[in-house]
Write a protein that binds this ligand. Structure first.
Ligand code: ZN
Ligand code: FE
Length: 255
């Protein structure tokens, strides 16, 4: 059995997620910027909240964590490395640790780059990875604290998960990300199809998240920095993968 996953859009373009294990009735929330939409979603499903899984310390991911803990009794889980700048954690985790959501096991992956303490939660039995601002659908987070080497390693770690893993990222940035991808790779038929699909989804006010990792590997320019075609597209045919990744990231910052 897999987790039931409920996507909650909030703020201007954030996504947070409720993960519910039907076998045990246990529910977790990934990231906590706001409380009202979470409490409403919990009430409509008649679920309690047992765990809050934080990905990183930015306000738009943690601001309501304490309020939600008070309102629901949920335990707060977050990166040990960032404990000093997260709300007081009940459970501090690092790479290699697991978090149980009822019968479902989440694996903690260290994915620094956007921030140095960013973590992701991977639930293999549900084929779901909650990546927030590390790997994003058709993009990746900005390098606010880490460098290109760090983020490239994080992306490679996530890219090594099975093809049919669904990537649940932290923001609705897909259309902008696809416009950038097309600027590098305008003739890619699969990418053009993604542009059409994402545009249709957004026109219908539907999220473009999650996306399958296999499709991401073929169309997300940040995951393709090791490909000869991408190196050619940025005029760096002989460069290392990480240097090409850094160039693609820098171009996106200016796009
Ligand atoms: Zn962030
Ligand atoms: Fe964010």
């Amino acid at each position: 059995m897999s987790l039931d996953i409920v996507t909650i859009p909030c703020l201007s373009d954030n996504y947070i997620y409720l993960l519910h294990d039907g076998a045990s009735g246990v529910t977790a929330l990934v990231d906590a910027p706001v409380s009202d939409p979470v409490l409403e979603a919990l009430a409509s499903h008649r679920w309690g909240l047992d765990l809050i899984l934080l990905t990183h310390h930015h306000e738009d991911h943690i601001d309501a964590a304490d309020d939600l803990r008070r309102a629901t009794g949920a335990k707060l889980v977050g990166a040990k490395a960032d404990a000093h700048r997260l709300p007081a954690l009940d459970i501090a985790v690092e790479e290699g640790d697991t978090v149980a959501v009822g019968s479902q096991t989440g694996h903690v992956l260290s994915v620094p780059g956007h921030t140095t303490g960013h973590i992701a939660y991977y639930f293999p039995a549900s084929k779901a990875a909650f990546t927030a601002d590390s790997l994003m659908v058709m993009g990746c987070g900005r390098l606010f604290e880490g460098d290109a080497i760090m983020m490239w390693d994080s992306l490679r770690k996530l890219a090594a998960l099975p093809d049919d893993t669904l990537i649940y990222s932290g923001h609705e940035y897909t259309n902008g990300n696809i416009a950038f991808a097309l600027s590098l790779d305008p003739d890619n038929a699969e990418l053009r199809q993604r542009a059409d699909d994402a545009h249709a989804a957004r026109t219908a006010h539907e999220p473009t998240v999650p996306a399958e990792l296999g499709l991401e590997r073929r169309t997300n320019p940040f995951l393709r920095a090791g490909e000869a075609a991408m190196k050619q597209a940025v005029g760096m045919p002989g460069a290392s993968d990480v240097d090409v990744f850094a160039e693609i990231r820098a171009r996106k910052d200016r796009f």
